[in-house]
Design a binder for this molecule. Structure first.
Ligand code: G3H
Length: 292
């Protein structure tokens, strides 16, 4: 599992992490990865996991792994409570993102360390490998469409010094950084990456942790490419898929008012989602990175 991110670090590309809460969204993500022979991370937030079910998500992903022979990583995205994290680990998730970014720095360090210690114990006891991601900085927004203007403040950004200290004190494998990114799509714009800040963070960390970019929807493509060139190895995307899902579903229902067969209604949605994921995989440079 960690090897997948290591390879991305060496090859200067990023692995896409795509959120899902329904079987057809997961299918679209996996088919895109299969078509492009790309490593892939599939994620559920706490809310998405609640809907799809953690053991069910694990079973679905395992079935796709067997069916496609792809090394699909299942990740708990923005896990906020140790209770949910324990449930995800017990169900069989491969990666945990603990998001303590709303806490004070000291509390974030302490809680993240607790999570890391617990996960290392699970790894030892059950001979598993689990990727742990921490988060530092204030990531604004939510995975939806925003009408207001995005205003990111200097103090929201991840501090390079704190990033080094955080990695040393917690022992996380990956770090989600705030460098001008935000959750969701802002119709008035405003998502512009501070690539100098990313360079400073990368230089401080000297490859000791994998760098993660959340809020992958709505960031100018050139910024995403440059961020990957500078060391980002995982990019999280959710809103782009949610928007396409909703728009295509509305169109489908409007255009076919008599249709009652769910798979006939959902087939074009799946295709549209697959196309979005394929575009992202190409943008992240992760196509054809699987040696079968
Ligand atoms: O963890 C999820 C991502 O950060 C989603 O961000 O909704 O802006 O694509 P996004």
């Amino acid at each position: 599992m960690k090897e997948i991110l290591k390879q991305a670090q060496l090859g200067k590309y990023a692995v896409g992490s795509f959120n899902f809460s329904t079987a057809e969204t997961l299918k679209a993500i996996v088919l895109a990865a299969k078509n492009l022979n790309a490593p892939i991370i599939v994620s559920t937030s706490e809310g998405e996991a609640e809907f799809v079910g953690m053991p069910e998500a694990v079973a679905l992903v395992e079935a796709w792994r067997i069916g496609t022979k792809l090394p699909i990583i299942l990740n708990l995205d923005h896990g906020k409570s140790l209770e949910k994290i324990k449930k995800a680990l017990a169900a069989g998730y491969d990666a945990i993102h603990f998001d303590g970014s709303e806490l004070s720095y000291e509390q974030n360090v302490a809680k993240t360390k607790l999570v890391v210690d617990y996960i290392r114990q699970v790894e030892k006891t059950f001979d598993r490998q689990i990727i742990v991601e921490g988060e530092l900085g204030y990531l604004r927004g939510s995975s939806s469409l925003h009408k207001e203007e995005l205003k990111i403040k200097e103090e929201d950004l991840t501090s390079p010094d704190q990033a080094r200290d955080f990695i040393e004190k917690t022992g996380v494998d990956s770090l989600a950084v705030v460098i001008g990114n935000a959750h969701g799509i802002f119709s008035k714009g405003g998502e512009k990456l501070n690539l100098e800040r990313l360079t400073d963070i990368r230089n401080e960390l000297e490859g000791k942790a994998f760098l993660v970019l959340h809020g992958g929807s709505g960031i100018p493509e050139e910024d995403v490419k440059e961020a990957i060139r500078l060391g980002i190895v995982k990019v999280n995307v959710n809103t782009d898929l949610r928007v396409v899902y909703k728009e295509r579903l509305s169109e489908q229902l409007e255009d076919n008012p008599e249709e009652t067969t769910p798979y006939k209604i959902l087939e074009p949605i799946l295709e549209a989602l697959r196309e979005v994921v394929e575009e992202k995989i190409k943008l992240f440079g992760s196509q054809d990175k699987i040696k079968l």
